[in-house]
Design a protein around this ligand. Structure first.
Ligand SMILES: Cc1cc2nc3c(=O)[nH]c(=O)nc-3n(C[C@H](O)[C@H](O)[C@H](O)COP(=O)(O)OP(=O)(O)OC[C@H]3O[C@@H](n4cnc5c(N)ncnc54)[C@H](O)[C@@H]3O)c2cc1C
Length: 550
C-alpha cells in the first residue's frame, strides 16, 4: 500500500479479538453509502452497528414500537418475561459486533454463565418414575453423569466421541461457512484449482447424506441421552432425522463457549445494541412499516413505507424473512424468479405460555427440557404430519434462580415453549390453544413434577403460531426462519449478498447462516460486511450523491 493511499484513508480500525487481527478501512474518496435496513430484529440492529462503525449512513426502519424483534419482553403484575429467545450461546459473536466499534460487550451488558446448562426431565419407562439428567459444559464431568445415568460406561465414552466429532464439524464450519456470504456449496468450498486433499477431508467429514439423529445414535446407545443430543436441532426448528449431520456441531459450540444469561433478561441484548447504534449515529425509526423495496428494474434505489414515504438509498439490508422480502417487498420479476428457483420450507412454530407463578419449583434450573415419551412420534407429528404432538417436549425457562427480581418475592416468571408445526390453513389456534394448554399442564405435572401448577398461576399470557406470524411478520408462523431439512444441503439458506438484485442484502434467521441469536447476529455482520466490501471495491454503484459528513 502506498503512502498516498494510506493518507486517503479516513478511518482505520485495528481490532484485536481473541488473537485475531481485523483491519477495516473506509476509503474517503468513496464516502459513506446510504443504507436502509428493513426490520430491527437482532440481525438488523447488528448490521446497523457494523455499517455505522465502518462509517456508513444508516437508517433502520422497524414496524413494531420496539427494536429487537423476537427478543421482546413482557412486563405485567410484577413479573418480567423474555418473550422469545432465552438461551444465549456463542457470546463471541456478540463481542465481534461490539468490537467493530472498538467497544467491549462487558461495558454494555452483564453476562452470567449458566452451568449446568439444561436440566432434562424424562418420562419414566413402563410406569416407572420420571428421571432427570443435567447437561454440563465440562465433557469429563458429563461423561461421568451419563455413565451413572445409563448404568453403562458406553454412554460416557460415546458422548466423548460425539463431542470430538462435533468439535471437528464446528471447526470446518468456522473455516468454510461462518463470517462470509454463502448461498450454496460452491460458495463454501472452492472446487477449482485450489481444491486440496485437506479440503476434501473437510468435505468428507461433513458426512453429507447422514442425518443428525443417525449420527447421534451411532455414538449414543441410550435412547434418553440420544433424545437430549438430538434436541440441538430444535435450536433451528428442524427435525433431527431430516437435518444434515453438520448440525451436530451445535453441541460443541455450546460446550465450548457455554450458555449465558444477560442480567435484565435476553431483552438486555437488543437494548445494548440499540444503545451502541445510537452512539454510532444510526437513525432508528420504530413504528415504520416498509411496504416495498423499489428498484430501477435492476438495482435497489429506495424503500417505500406504508405511509407512502419514499426513503432513497444506495443499498438495502432486509431483516424481513427472506421469502417474504422477495414475494412481498420486491415482487415483480425478481420475486417470481426467487419463488421459481427455490422451494424453502418454514422451520417449526410454537406456542409460548408466560405464567406468573405465586411460588417457585425447586426442581427447576434456569433452563429445562421436559421430554416427550416418544421422540419419533413427536417429530413425525410436528415435521411430517403438520399437527401438534400429542405428548410434546416442553422447554421451560425459570429465570428467578438467576435473577429473583423477575417475579414478586418467592414467585417465578415461568416461560413454557412447545414447538408446533408451522401454520397450516386449517389451524385455528384460537380454538386449539385452550385444549393444548391442558395437554401441556398435564405433561408438566406428570413428567417434571410441577404439582398444582394451574393453581399457582397468578398472571397468564400466551403467543400462538398465529400471533407470532403477525407480530414478527415471519413465514407461516415459523420461529426459526427456514427449516434445515435435507441431508445434503439442508444447512444452506439464501445467501446474504443478492447478485440478482444489486444493492440488496439479506440478514436474519431466514438467511445465511440461519436462526438463533448468535447466528442472526452473525448474519447481520455478514450482510453489512458484504455491503461494505462491495462499496469499497466499487462493485456497489452509488445511487445518491455522497452523503454529507456526519
Ligand atoms: C419463542 C421463541 C423462542 C426462541 N428461543 C431461542 C433461544 O432460546 N435461543 C436462540 O438463540 N434463539 C431463539 N429463538 C430464535 C431467535 O429468537 C431468532 O432466531 C432471532 O431472534 C431472529 O432474529 P431476526 O433478526 O432474524 O428476526 P426477528 O427477530 O423476527 O426481527 C425481524 C424484524 O423485522 C421486522 N419487520 C419485518 N418486516 C418488516 C417490514 N416490512 N417493515 C418494517 N419492519 C419489518 C419485524 O417486525 C421484526 O422486528 C426463539 C424464537 C422464538 C420466537
Amino acid at each position: 500500500m502506498t503512502l498516498a493511499r494510506q493518507r486517503s484513508q479516513d478511518f482505520l480500525l485495528f481490532l484485536f479479538l481473541q488473537g485475531l487481527v481485523v483491519v477495516i478501512a473506509t476509503d474517503s474518496a468513496a464516502g459513506p453509502y446510504r443504507v436502509v435496513i428493513v426490520g430491527g430484529g437482532l440481525a438488523g440492529i447488528s448490521s446497523a452497528c457494523v455499517l455505522a462503525a465502518r462509517g456508513h449512513q444508516v437508517t433502520l426502519l422497524e414496524k413494531n414500537p420496539w427494536v429487537g424483534g423476537k427478543a421482546a419482553a413482557l412486563e405485567a403484575d410484577g413479573f418480567r418475561f423474555d418473550m422469545g429467545p432465552t438461551i444465549l450461546t456463542l457470546p463471541s459473536v456478540l463481542r465481534r459486533v461490539f468490537a467493530e466499534a472498538g467497544k467491549r460487550v462487558e461495558d454494555y451488558l452483564e453476562l452470567l454463565p449458566l452451568d449446568p446448562q439444561w436440566r432434562c426431565f424424562f418420562e419414566g419407562s413402563q410406569g416407572g418414575s420420571p428421571t432427570t439428567l443435567d447437561l454440563v459444559a465440562d465433557v469429563p464431568t458429563m461423561k461421568r453423569h451419563l455413565d451413572a445415568f445409563t448404568d453403562s460406561p458406553q454412554a460416557g465414552e460415546g458422548y466423548e466421541r460425539f463431542i470430538a466429532m462435533s468439535k471437528n464439524l464446528h471447526e470446518v464450519s468456522d473455516r468454510f461457512f461462518f463470517w462470509k456470504s454463502v448461498g450454496g456449496l460452491t460458495d463454501t468450498f472452492d472446487f477449482g484449482s485450489s481444491f486440496s486433499a485437506a479440503v476434501l477431508k473437510d468435505v468428507l467429514s461433513l458426512q453429507m447424506g447422514r442425518s443428525v439423529s443417525s449420527v447421534v445414535r451411532r455414538h449414543m446407545p441410550d435412547e434418553r441421552a440420544a433424545q437430549m443430543m438430538d434436541h440441538f436441532t430444535q435450536y433451528v426448528g428442524s427435525a433431527p432425522d431430516q437435518s444434515p449431520a453438520v448440525l451436530c456441531s451445535i453441541a460443541h459450540m455450546q460446550t465450548e463457549e457455554g450458555i449465558w444469561y444477560p442480567v435484565g433478561g435476553t431483552r438486555a441484548v437488543p437494548l445494548a445494541l440499540e444503545r451502541l447504534a445510537g452512539e454510532l449515529g444510526v437513525d432508528i425509526r420504530t413504528g415504520t412499516d416498509v411496504q416495498a423495496i423499489e428498484t430501477d428494474g435492476h438495482a435497489v434505489r429506495a424503500v417505500v413505507t406504508t405511509d407512502q414515504e419514499t426513503v432513497p438509498c444506495d443499498a438495502v439490508i432486509s431483516n424481513c424473512d427472506a421469502v417474504r422480502t422477495y414475494r412481498e417487498l420486491l415482487g415483480g420479476q425478481a420475486g417470481g424468479r426467487f419463488d421459481k428457483k427455490n422451494d424453502y420450507e418454514p422451520a417449526c412454530s410454537g406456542v409460548v405460555f408466560y405464567w406468573g407463578l405465586k411460588r417457585r419449583y425447586e426442581q427447576l434450573l434456569h433452563h429445562n427440557f421436559v421430554f416427550s415419551r416418544d421422540a419419533e412420534e413427536e417429530f413425525e407429528a410436528i415435521y411430517r404430519r403438520g399437527e401438534p404432538a400429542r405428548d410434546p417436549t416442553a422447554y421451560l425457562c425459570a429465570p428467578a434462580i438467576s435473577e429473583p427480581a423477575v417475579a414478586p418475592e418467592g414467585g417465578e416468571a415461568l416461560y413454557v415453549l412447545v414447538h408446533t408445526p408451522y401454520l397450516r390453513p386449517h389451524h385455528d389456534w384460537k380454538t386449539m390453544l385452550p385444549r393444548y394448554r391442558e395437554v401441556i399442564l398435564e405433561k408438566l405435572e406428570r413428567t417434571a413434577g410441577l404439582e398444582g401448577l394451574s393453581d399457582e398461576i397468578a398472571f397468564e399470557s400466551a403467543l400462538t403460531p398465529e400471533s407470532i406470524h403477525h407480530r414478527y411478520r415471519v413465514l407461516k408462523g415459523a420461529i426459526y426462519g427456514l427449516a434445515s431439512h435435507g441431508k445434503y444441503l439442508g444447512a444452506f439458506k439464501p445467501g446474504n449478498r443478492r447478485s440478482d438484485v444489486p444493492g440488496l442484502y439479506l440478514a436474519g434467521g431466514a438467511a445465511h447462516p440461519g436462526p438463533g441469536m448468535p447466528m442472526v447476529l452473525m448474519s447481520g455482520w455478514i450482510a453489512a460486511d458484504a455491503l461494505d466490501q462491495d462499496a469499497r471495491s466499487g462493485r456497489l454503484a452509488r445511487r445518491l450523491p455522497i452523503a454529507a459528513d456526519r
